[in-house]
Design a protein around this ligand. Structure first.
Ligand SMILES: *[C@@H]1O[C@H](CO)[C@@H](O)[C@H](O)[C@H]1NC(C)=O
Ligand SMILES: *[C@@H]1O[C@H](CO)[C@@H](O)[C@H](O)[C@H]1NC(C)=O
Ligand SMILES: *[C@@H]1O[C@H](CO)[C@@H](O)[C@H](O)[C@H]1NC(C)=O
Length: 494
């Protein structure tokens, strides 16, 4: 065997190839025996770290008129035992006003069904609908219009109707208020003016609804530190902070399919955007979440966001965020029928659901996660999730080499060797997430599969027979797995 076992600091080391199926060197990782074993960093996990965000005006449609919504969420509840968290908000939260007199969920008009409304009203029924959800709910309210009495009235209804209300946002991406012509930004608007505005609104809304620990603060999309939670943390006194439940940022990394799905790009994006901001927030003892995120801003890019490559980004990004101590990540869903990055729609599944589903399956029931390949500078990633006893539960391996498909190209393979495995001399099972290529799209007849299964268009019901692969673990606790370019394998250790 050409495997070199290097036990220092969990760094990826390369070893000679051990099988004839691969021309590349094996990526070798040592699996820590338990949480806290030296050489790695460990992040505690939320019971449901992967959630969905629904654009404010579109939320009633998703919940009353898109069949897949409930089932796509329920599929994750059956993996974790917990309904995934949701957030309702986005650009249209700052275009919306509460109207106590309407019996409708939302009232607006658009020239084209593909458009988002420029202005809308919503009734108390909107919050009643949000209150039917069994998982935690974040509700985004308006700050841009600078009508605080209306926002307080809406917040009171949210508190009364949304039984699983986790937090309220006061404004969405406020750095864009001047460009959007929002009245609150008339005059000077910059990070310190916004921070002062957020602080003042938190006190006024929090005290009016009689709730502390209730605001999801921040909610910028532009990069930290200019627009970042560290600024809020630095400006807050104890009066303000008692209203903050946690801090949030948005993120749309963009790029080509290849750059998006390549592991070092994702690691760099998460590290440069969030590590310092998360650290500032953790010092307050509060959580940090990605309150709204997806592959490419503005509903997604048609050539990128619906693909299997974007699905692999979804998975890797969710895991790297969890490892970076980001408690929850809410993948955004925009206008129904005009949403390239959506996980599902009325008629078709989106490939990214498969990546998110694999991340949920991997993290389910876990207490901590680590990244064996930190600092994440090669295309080959490995994560371990640990159970509540601190024992390794599953390993996820990701070969982010890009396979575009098409004629004339061969799909390479990469072998991954795991050392230090429990169950020496036994067999481990594994589930594979795969597709024909990085450009595979469900709506173009090329669905990914996860453990051989798919999700039905229109309903999100799982189809097919769940399939596990088996691999022998040697008497010294090693096993080697082969992943094609653009593929994921989840190894079940228990
Ligand atoms: C529900 O969806 C259909 C399209 O399938 C659409 O025509 C209809 O307007 C929608 N109804 C509501 C209440 O959104
Ligand atoms: C705390 O901050 C708020 C908002 O920035 C301010 O209105 C209030 O006066 C401050 N309280 C104290 C005790 O400094
Ligand atoms: C996450 O937070 C834990 C403390 O809960 C810390 O030990 C760990 O180093 C942090 N992870 C990263 C990647 O910074």
């Amino acid at each position: 065997m050409g495997v070199v076992s290097v036990k220092t600091f969990g760094l990826l080391c390369l070893a000679l190839a051990t099988t004839s199926t691969s021309t590349a060197q094996a990526a070798t990782f040592e699996v820590p025996a338990k949480v806290g074993a030296p050489g790695y960093k460990y992040a505690p996990l939320d019971p449901a770290p992967v959630g969905l965000s629904f654009e404010f005006f579109a939320f009633p449609s998703y919940f009353t008129n898109v069949t897949a919504t409930k089932q796509c969420l329920a599929n994750w509840k059956s993996l974790t035992g917990v309904w995934p968290p949701i957030r309702i908000g986005g650009t249209t939260q700052d275009r919306a006003q509460y109207d106590a007199s309407t019996s409708a969920y939302v009232v607006y008009s658009v020239h084209n069904a593909a458009d988002a409304p420029m202005t809308l009203t919503f009734g108390s029924k909107f919050m009643t609908l949000a209150g039917t959800y069994e998982g935690s709910v974040v509700v985004g309210l308006n700050r841009g219009k600078n009508k605080i009495e209306n926002t307080i009235a809406a917040a009171k209804v949210a508190v009364a109707e949304v039984k699983n209300l986790l937090a309220i946002e006061l404004g969405n991406e406020p750095e864009y208020y001047p460009k959007d012509g929002q009245p609150i930004a008339a005059g000077t608007w910059n990070p310190s003016v916004d921070v002062a505005s957020q602080n003042s609104w938190m006190i006024r809304v929090g005290s009016a609804i009689g709730r502390k620990n209730i605001i999801q603060a921040g909610n910028w999309n532009a990069a930290a530190p200019t627009w970042g939670a560290a600024n809020l943390v630095a400006a807050e006194n104890a009066t303000v902070r008692q209203y903050v439940r946690h801090y949030a940022h948005h993120n749309y990394p963009g790029g080509t399919i290849q750059s998006l799905m390549t592991h070092p790009t994702t690691v760099k994006n998460v590290r440069t955007q969030f590590e310092a901001d998360v650290a500032a927030v953790l010092r307050t003892g509060r959580e940090y979440v990605l309150g709204e995120t997806n592959s490419v801003s503005g509903g997604g890019a048609a050539g990128v966001s619906p693909t299997f490559g974007a699905a692999l980004w979804t998975m890797d990004y969710a895991l790297r965020a969890a490892y970076t101590n980001i408690s929850r990540i809410y993948f955004h869903h925009g206008t129904v029928g005009n949403c390239q990055y959506c996980f599902f729609g009325r008629y078709s599944m989106g490939a990214p659901y498969y990546g998110a589903h694999a991340a949920v399956a991997f993290l389910a029931g876990g207490s901590h996660v680590t990244a064996l390949d930190d600092p994440g500078t090669t295309n080959y990633a490995a994560y371990v999730v640990f159970d509540s006893q601190g024992q390794p539960l599953r390993v996820l391996l990701y070969n982010s080499d890009y396979f575009a498909g098409g004629g004339g190209t061969t799909r390479t393979s990469q072998s991954f060797t795991l050392t230090g495995l429990p169950r020496s001399g036994s067999i481990v099972r594994a589930k594979r997430l795969t597709a024909a290529s990085a450009s595979s799209r469900v709506d173009q007849g090329s669905s990914p599969t996860f453990g051989g299964q798919t999700f039905a268009d229109g309903t999100c019901v799982v189809q097919g027979t769940e399939t596990f692969e088996s691999t022998a673990v040697s008497s010294n606790g090693q096993a080697t797995f082969t992943l094609k370019a653009t593929e994921v394998l989840i190894v079940y250790l228990q």
